[in-house]
Design a protein around this ligand. Structure first.
Ligand SMILES: [Zn+2]
Length: 254
C-alpha cells in the first residue's frame, strides 16, 4: 500500500544501473531511505527530478516491518526548486541544511516540529535573499529537537538567570552557568547568548552585528561539531563561495 507524507529530500545517489536511493525527511516517519525504481530511466514518475533540498510530498511503499529500504513511488514538489539551482548561495545554504539534518537525525524518529523547521528554513531561503541567520535559526531548532541545545539564558545546573556581562558557559556541562556554578568556566558574551536563545522563538529579530553573528556561528558550530562523525562536505562549499565571490556581502558570519 502506498502512503503519503510531506517531505524534504535530503540526499540522493545512484543505486545500480537505473535506480536512485533517496534519503528524505518526512513529517510522518522522520528520516527514511527509499529506492526510486528506474528513476534514472523513466522521467515520467519523477518529472520534476529528485534533487536534494526539494520540498513536497512523497508517496512511498513502507517496508512491512518498518525498517529496511522503502520504495519511493512518487514525489510531488510544492515549491519551485529552480531558484536553488540558479543561485550558488541558495544552493550552498540548502545543501548545508540537508546535510546537517541527514548526519544528525536518526532514521524513523518522527518529529513534526523538526520537519516544520526544516521546511520553513528551505522555503525562507528559496524566497528571500539568503542570510546566514537563516542557517543559525535552523541549527538552533535542530539542536533543540534533538535534545542537544545548551542552555543559553539560565544556569543549566540551578536554573537561575544569567548575570549581565560575560557569562560562564560550558557546552559539555550543558551551557550557561551562574556565578556559583560557573567558577573557572570559559566566558561567553551575554549578547551572543541572548541572540541564540531568541533564535528558538518565532519572533523576527534585528540582524545582529557582524561580530555577534560570527560568535553565534562559532558557538553553534562548536556545539554541532561535537556530534559529527565526519566533517560536513557542504562547509567546503561555503569556503569556496567566500573565495570566489567578487562582492562579499556585508556578512562575514557564514
Ligand atoms: Zn547555577
Amino acid at each position: 500500500m502506498t502512503e503519503r507524507s510531506d517531505a524534504v529530500l535530503l540526499r540522493t545517489h545512484a543505486l545500480g544501473e537505473a535506480d536512485v536511493l533517496v534519503v528524505a525527511h518526512t513529517e510522518r516517519w522522520g528520516k527514511i531511505r527509499a529506492a526510486a525504481r528506474s528513476a534514472r530511466k523513466s522521467r515520467r514518475r519523477f518529472a520534476s527530478g529528485l534533487g536534494a533540498g526539494a520540498v513536497g510530498a512523497v508517496e512511498v511503499h513502507v517496508a512491512r516491518n518498518g525498517g529496511g529500504l522503502w520504495r519511493l513511488d512518487g514525489f510531488v514538489p510544492r515549491i519551485d526548486h529552480g531558484a536553488m539551482g540558479r543561485d550558488l548561495d541558495r544552493f550552498a545554504y540548502i545543501t548545508y541544511l540537508c546535510e546537517l539534518t541527514d548526519v544528525l537525525v536518526d532514521d524513523l524518529h518522527p518529529e513534526a516540529g523538526l520537519h516544520a523547521a526544516l521546511e520553513s528554513a528551505i522555503c525562507v531561503i528559496s524566497e528571500r535573499p539568503p542570510e546566514a541567520m537563516m542557517l543559525r535559526r535552523y541549527e538552533v531548532a535542530l539542536l533543540h529537537h534533538l535534545g542537544l541545545l545548551p542552555a543559553f539564558d539560565a544556569c543549566c545546573v540551578c536554573g537561575s538567570p544569567c548575570a549581565d556581562g560575560p557569562v560562564p558557559f560550558d557546552a559539555i556541562r550543558g551551557g550557561a552557568l551562574c556565578s556559583d556554578h560557573g567558577e573557572g568556566a570559559p566566558r561567553q558574551s551575554a549578547e551572543v547568548l541572548y541572540c541564540a536563545a531568541r533564535l528558538l522563538g518565532d519572533a523576527e529579530q534585528a540582524t545582529p552585528s557582524p561580530e555577534v553573528r560570527r560568535a553565534l556561528r562559532d558557538l553553534l558550530r562548536a556545539q554541532i561539531h561535537g556530534h559529527l562523525r565526519q566533517p560536513l562536505r557542504s562547509v567546503e562549499l561555503f569556503a569556496h563561495l567566500g573565495r570566489s565571490r567578487v562582492v562579499v556581502p556585508a556578512d562575514g558570519a557564514r
